[in-house]
Design a protein around this ligand. Structure first.
Ligand SMILES: *Cc1c(COP(=O)(O)O)cnc(C)c1O
Length: 413
């Protein structure tokens, strides 16, 4: 193996087949951005697309735009563009609402689909909104549903019994970056007669996915993380084609109707994936998401995956060698069950992350003690990894992280 120096690392960037992708994004000078897993960077084309929608379409064509600029089909069109990134057919994905709202819709649909079963299986370590939504929904239904939480994968087989309606898991753990085996777990759910609902918040755009190949039933995911759709971007949802007509939308807004512009007083759900829409979509936000999906359209996810693991491996090697003895414990897998982030636990994680951010290395902190670094192969370079660890090393050696200002908690961590 070649020695690790800044020079050999720069050579890796020169040989990186994805290097040119970075030019398609706006990144502030001097900032090393390792938080694309929370809020993806801004694609150049997004600004122009938003300007067009505001000035040329809204400004000039006003309401005619629904037809002449085809605003009406934007949620379905974005879904079709997103579908290849998650291994789905174009008619199985739609972009709408937030991840939380989509979870509510699909979880409700799943429970209605398995009326004789009363259990939702999930993980205690799941992202909190997923569990909050399940709790809110079961309370609303008031039909004696139970949420059965596991603490470890080894408990999964025992938890998925014949009383389970749906297994709801997040594919990539938001703290550790550990990835479930989608195909194996989906099979476990199906063998017990349950439906499988995947949350792809930290997977879509980060790792190659094959929802159809794995036989998944339902999925949701986030537009503003690795999909770079912009702050608060619309989320997406997936319903396998074979299930689409047996899903009864719990939020039966007019955009889910078979003929919204008939203005019939009686509800009739649309055919196919469209019945999972609810109301009028946020066009500005959708336009930003669409611009980003177009930016990513020709990206080879196998190359993304390969580089993402290489960036993460390099980061782990450098932190463990250069910051040895400073109390960092790796909490992400070392092997290929790691998705596109690397997390280290440290008892002083919060002030250390604040000191890093002040040093222009942006990651984030997740309670209680996790420093989280997202690697986004489309715009993160190998040299960024080297420089980030250099800053971390400086902060730890000098003890500069331990200043009162870095201990103050902000509203968003
Ligand atoms: C980020 C994330 C969400 C976000 O949900 P919002 O409704 O967009 O706030 C949901 N689930 C998981 C697993 C996440 O990581």
């Amino acid at each position: 193996m070649t020695a690790l120096t800044r020079e050999t690392i720069i050579e890796r960037d020169a040989n990186d087949p994805l290097a040119r992708m970075r030019e398609r994004f706006d990144l502030p000078d001097g900032m090393i951005y390792l938080d694309g897993n929370s809020l993806g960077a801004l694609p150049h084309d997004t600004k122009d697309r938003i300007r067009q929608l505001i000035e040329d379409q809204w400004g000039l064509d006003l309401i005619k735009s629904w037809n002449v600029h085809d605003w009406y089909h934007m949620p379905l069109r974005c879904g079709a563009k997103l579908a290849p990134l998650v291994g789905a057919k174009a008619n199985e994905v739609v972009c709408a609402d937030s991840t939380s709202v989509n979870l509510f819709k699909l979880l409700a649909a799943a429970l209605a689909n398995r009326p004789d079963r009363k259990v939702i299986v999930s993980e205690r370590g799941n992202f909190p909104t997923d569990l909050y939504i399940a709790e809110g929904l079961t309370g609303l239904l008031d039909k004696g549903h139970e949420i059965r939480l596991i603490d470890d994968d080894s408990e999964l087989a025992d938890a998925i019994r014949d009383d389970v309606a749906v297994v709801m898991l997040t594919h990539v753990d938001y703290r550790s970056g550990r990835m479930h085996d989608m195909e194996a777990v989906t099979k476990q759910a199906h063998d017990a007669g349950a439906l499988m609902l995947w949350d792809l918040a930290h997977s879509a755009g980060a790792v190659p996915l094959d929802l159809d190949g794995a036989g998944a039933d339902l999925a949701v995911g986030c537009g503003y993380k690795y999909l770079n759709g912009g702050p608060g971007a619309p989320a997406f949802l997936f319903v396998a084609e074979r299930l689409q007509d047996s899903i009864r939308p719990p939020l039966s807004g007019w955009m889910s109707h078979s003929a919204p512009f008939d203005f019939d007083w009686k509800y009739a759900p649309a055919e196919g994936i469209a019945r999972n829409l609810c109301g009028t979509p946020p066009l500005l936000s959708l336009a930003a998401l669409e611009a980003s999906l177009d930016t990513m359209a020709d990206v080879d996810m196998a190359l993304v995956r390969e580089k993402s693991l290489a960036l993460g491996d390099l980061f782990i090697t450098l932190v463990e060698s250069r910051c040895a003895g400073h109390g960092f414990t790796l909490v992400s897998p070392r092997d290929a069950t790691r998705a596109s982030q690397v997390s280290f636990a440290h008892p002083d994680g919060y002030p250390i992350m604040q000191a890093l951010i002040a040093g222009h290395v942006v990651g984030d902190f997740r309670a209680p003690d996790i420093l989280r670094f997202g690697f986004t192969p489309l715009y993160t370079r190998y040299v960024d990894v080297w420089d980030a660890v250099d800053v971390l090393h400086g902060i730890m050696e000098s003890g500069s992280w331990d200043q009162p200002v870095f201990h103050e908690r902000a509203a968003v961590t």
